[in-house]
Design a protein around this ligand. Structure first.
Ligand SMILES: [Zn+2]
Ligand SMILES: [Zn+2]
Length: 242
């Protein structure tokens, strides 16, 4: 950071003090992460071994979790870097709903480190895409948090990123619904058409989102990508809900 940038940021920090997105502690102007070191150290990785379908943490590496045994997904496999809890949950909330975009670089580095430890996630992947927001919600929020994460990952690994999916219906927030309601809520809500469909046809696709819980949103997006003739869809999220 050069002296002028530091001076401008110091001035801005006097007016809008930079605070940790989790605990609220004041941060130094040179701290570009958006969270204090203590809160970053509290972020827990999704513990291995994982379900070989949905990526949920399991006791036994060679088994599917009970949900995946009875109802398989359209994606071949999903992975989540961290657990959706505590400090990270608060940071993701600040990122999505309080427009705290400075956190994007921390989140992207957590995901790229995870890919480096699990390189099969991006082997053969030739396009990165993301869960879209409905146009109205995107306008309200000003950005799509999943698009920001996908762009960071694509840049890190030199893979093209493409907005392949559209959200065609305005759905309720999945976190407010039961599992059965979630399934109905997002059913048929996504489509890949035009240049989006063209970008995935015959390709191995990495689908990125911020949080996975039951997997219904990622499954419906994967269905749209498979219907657009993607060869295979793998999913990666920053965090995994319990
Ligand atoms: Zn903190
Ligand atoms: Zn599973």
């Amino acid at each position: 950071m050069n002296a002028i940038t530091t001076a401008v940021k110091s001035l801005a920090n006097l007016i809008y003090p930079l605070r940790c997105a989790s605990c609220g502690k004041s941060l130094a102007v040179t701290d570009e992460v958006g969270a204090c070191g203590f809160c970053v150290s509290r972020i827990r990785p999704n513990p291995k071994p994982y379900c070989r379908s949905c990526g949920r943490s399991l006791d036994d590496a060679h088994h599917l979790c009970p949900g995946c045994r009875t109802s398989p997904f359209y994606f071949s496999r999903a992975y989540s870097a961290c657990l959706y809890e505590g400090a990270l949950k608060e940071m993701i909330h600040a990122f999505k709903y309080k427009n705290n975009r400075i956190l994007a670089s921390l989140f992207t580095s957590l995901m790229t480190d995870f890919i480096n430890d699990n390189h099969e996630i991006i082997d053969t992947i030739s396009v990165v895409t993301y869960v879209p927001l409905h146009a109205r919600r995107r306008q309200e929020r000003g950005f799509n948090q999943s698009e920001a994460l996908a762009a960071g990952i694509a840049r890190a690994f030199g893979i093209p990123v493409h907005g392949c999916l559209q959200k065609t219906s305005h759905t309720k927030n999945q976190s407010e619904l039961s599992r059965d309601e979630r399934l109905v809520n997002v059913s048929g809500a996504f489509t890949a058409s035009g240049s989006g469909a063209h970008a995935v046809k015959g390709r191995y696709v990495l689908l990125v989102d911020d949080v996975m819980s039951t997997g219904e949103t990622l499954n419906e997006c994967s269905r749209a990508l498979i219907e657009a003739e993607a060869v295979e869809v793998r999913c990666l999220t920053l965090a995994r809900g319990l």
